[in-house]
Design a protein around this ligand. Sequence first.
Ligand code: ASP
Ligand code: MG
Length: 405
Amino acid sequence: MRILVQKFGGTSVANLECMLKVREKVLAALDKGYKVVVVLSAMSGETNRLIDMAKKWSSKPDPAEMDVLLATGEQTSVALFSMLLKDKGVKTRSLLGYQIPIQTDKSFGKARILDIDAEKLKHMLTRFDVLVAAGFQGCDCEQRITTLGRGGSDTSAVALAAALNAELCEIYTDVDGVYTTDPNICSKARKIHKIAYDEMLEMASMGAKVLQIRSVEFAKKYNVPVHVRSTFSDEPGTLVVQEDETMEAAMVSGIAYDKDQARITLVDVYDEPGIAATVFEPLAAANIVVDMIVQNPSREGRTDMTFTVPKGSLEETLDIIEKIKDQIGARGVLSDPNVAKVSVIGVGMRNHSGVAAIAFSALKNENINIMIISTSEIKISCLIEEKYTELAVRTLHEAFGLDQA
Ligand code: ASP
Ligand code: MG
C-alpha cells in the first residue's frame, strides 16, 4: 500500500473555494495510486477566534476545556472536507484525534505525541481511500482532548506519516517553499529546492512561519521526507530531508535573522567556579531562554559575561540579576534591547574553510560592528545593532552567492 500524507493549513481550508483546490490535490494523489491521509488545520482565523472567545468567558480559561474548545476548529474542517470528497464518490471518512487515537501526554495546550495506532489506521485504509484527520489534536490516557501547540497540525501530519511509514509528507500552505532568506527584506531570495533537517531547524526564524519547529524535529527523528509547497500552484516547493552530498557542496544554504534579542553584560564579575551557574540557574528556573553567551578572558580574577535573552524577557532578567549582583561581584550591569542576530547557515560549512572570514569581511564592508559571535558546526551567528539587520542580511546573502541571478 503506497501511503501519502497531505496536510493543508488554515489558509488552504479558509472557505469553500479553497477547499475545492484542496480536493483537486487529493484527487490527483488518488489518481497516482496512493491511499491518502489528509490532515487539516482549522479554517484560518478560527483558532484565534476561539481563543479570544474563551478569554471573554473566563479570566483564566481552564486548560483542559480550552483544548476541547480549540479542537472544534479542526473538527469543522474535517467534516466539511469529507463531505466534499464524498460528493465526488470518494470512499472516505473523517477522524478526530481521539478516534485514531493519537495518544499524547497530559500537557494541555502543548501536548506531546506518545503513540499512534498505526495498525488500526492501516486497516481502515483497506476500506477507505482517503482518511481525513483533524490536525493539532490528540487525547491523553483518560480520553481527554489535548492540543499540540500553535501550528501543531504540521506535527500531526509528520507523526502520522512516520507511524504509517508514508512515502512522503506533503505540507501545503500559502507560500511556495522555504527561501534562502526572508523575501520580504531581500528581493533576491531564492526558493531552496532541498534543505537538510538540521538547516531547517536553524532557519527557525524564517522557517517557523512555514513549519512548526517540532514537526521538523519529528521528521528528523523518524526520517520522514517533507515537501513544503503551495496549495495554489503546481510548482514543486522545498524538500526537507536528510543531508546529502549536494547540500554539502554548497558552502551556505541560507541567512536567518532574529530581532527578538536583547543583550546583557555583567561587568567585572568574579572569575571563579560557580559564577555562571549562579547567573543562569535562576534564569532557567524563571523559564527565560538564554541564547548567545560569551565570557571574556579573565583579568586579575575578574571577567565580563555577556548573553542575550528575548526582548520580552529583558526586564525580568534584569530583576533577577539585581538580586544576585553582589554575590557574583558585578561592578556594573549593561543592557541593550536594540540588537539582532544574523546567522549564516549551511551543512556545507563542515567541509569549507573560510566561511566565517567571508561573513565578517562582508559585514566590515558595510561598517557593521559585531558585538558577539557564536558558532556551531553548521551556523555562524553575529549579534549586531538591530537597525542594521536588513542591510546585514542582504550583504551576507550576496557575499555567499545566494542572490537570484
Ligand atoms: N489551528 C491551529 C493553529 O492555528 C493548529 C494549526 O493550524 O496547525 O495554531
Ligand atoms: Mg501552520
